[in-house]
Design a protein around this ligand. Structure first.
Ligand SMILES: O=C(O)[C@H](O)[C@@H](O)[C@H](O)[C@H](O)COP(=O)(O)O
Length: 336
């Protein structure tokens, strides 16, 4: 197929490369001419503006946006005047599904179709392929299938689920039409909520292992971190690079996140390159908002999101309030 890609960051540029490897033709556009030039070198056609992009694409056009969620509306506003009825805009970024519902309505007024695709796979997608969660009109999604199939991981990426042989579908090939507009980003939103929870679970567990030496005489610690009366219970000096490597083999908690953790610990057991300030791009918040609207309890996902806020110092004021009360009622001064 002939496809336009707007946004040539880490994700968009490699998606274009994977599409071209799969025999598709791409016209690439980014606000940075250097990003466009890099892809032209790799075989894409480059566009210098949205008008140029629209001019070069076969009609009806397919333009895939791979831009941050916060600039999707502005990008569509600039692109739309150059599109025609029956063209399709695909939003492959991490947009809020509620925005998808609104955008699809707005674009329908101009006769332009809108498909939302939650894309997972990160910077490894060029080689491994991208898991795609898709929302939109069935016939439009079906038309784009060659694109999804090329971007998807190879079927061998996962062993077949026993008992599924009679109903193998596109999910087995790494992409799925999840439902009407917004469904793709809804599923990706929850995927990321789960991602937060899994990441927090590994991080917390490894934290416990790392501090299992606090009873040792050679460890510096203050009275507050001394295990209550049982220093002999905390005499271990665990090699976390070895333990994570071990867990990758046959344990219940194997995962790609664990693979990445083992790799990071191998490079630097104390992870000194990181301060531990963890950002979030919105998906975790939206997941919890949806859970509240649905009255579904999500204590693990919520705690994982809140611990990211705390990692960025957002608990500092609350903690000072605690210290102030404790000083007030008991005269307890903070330990320095
Ligand atoms: O599935 C994926 O490939 C990731 O989830 C990807 O989409 C991105 O790395 C996250 O959106 C980061 O999200 P946070 O900034 O919220 O951690």
């Amino acid at each position: 197929m002939h496809i336009g890609m707007v946004g040539l960051g880490r994700m968009g540029a490699n998606m274009v490369r994977r599409l071209m490897r799969g025999g598709h033709q791409a016209v690439a556009f980014d606000r940075s001419p250097d990003a466009v030039a890099a892809l032209v070198k790799d075989g894409a056609d480059g566009a210098i503006s949205f008008a140029d992009l629209a001019r070069q694409l076969d009609t009806p056009r397919v333009v895939w946006l791979m831009v941050p969620a916060g600039v999707v509306d502005a990008t569509i506003a600039d692109l739309l005047p150059h599109l025609s009825p029956n063209d399709t805009i695909v939003d492959g970024g991490n947009s809020y599904y509620v925005d998808d519902i609104r955008r699809a309505k707005e674009l329908a007024a101009a006769g332009v179709h809108y498909v939302d695709v939650g894309v997972s796979g990160g910077v490894f997608g060029l080689e491994r392929g991208y898991c795609q969660m898709i929302g939109g009109e069935s016939d439009i999604v079906a038309h784009l299938e060659p694109i999804f199939a090329t971007l998807a991981p190879p079927t061998e990426a996962a062993a077949p689920t026993p008992g599924r042989a009679h109903r193998v579908g596109t999910a087995d090939r790494g992409y799925l039409h999840c439902g009407n507009v917004g469904a793709g980003h809804f599923v990706k939103m929850v995927h990321n909520g789960i991602e937060y929870g899994m990441m927090a679970a590994y991080a917390e567990g490894l934290g416990i292992l790392r501090h299992a030496n606090i009873g040792r005489a050679d460890q510096e610690h203050d009275a507050e971190t001394t295990p209550l009366g049982n220093p002999q219970h905390y005499q271990y000096d665990f090699a976390l690079d070895e333990i994570t490597e071990l867990w990758r083999r046959g344990s219940v908690i194997t995962s790609w996140l664990l693979d990445l953790t083992a790799e990071a610990l191998l490079q630097s057991p104390d992870l000194s390159a990181y301060a531990g300030r963890v950002s979030d791009s919105g998906e975790g918040r939206w997941t919890i908002k949806a859970a509240i609207d649905e009255a579904v309890p999500v204590p693990v996902l919520t705690a994982a999101l809140f611990s990211r806020f705390a990692s960025r110092g957002e608990a500092d004021y609350s903690n000072r309030v605690l210290s102030a009360m404790r000083a007030g009622f008991g005269g307890h001064s903070e330990k320095k």
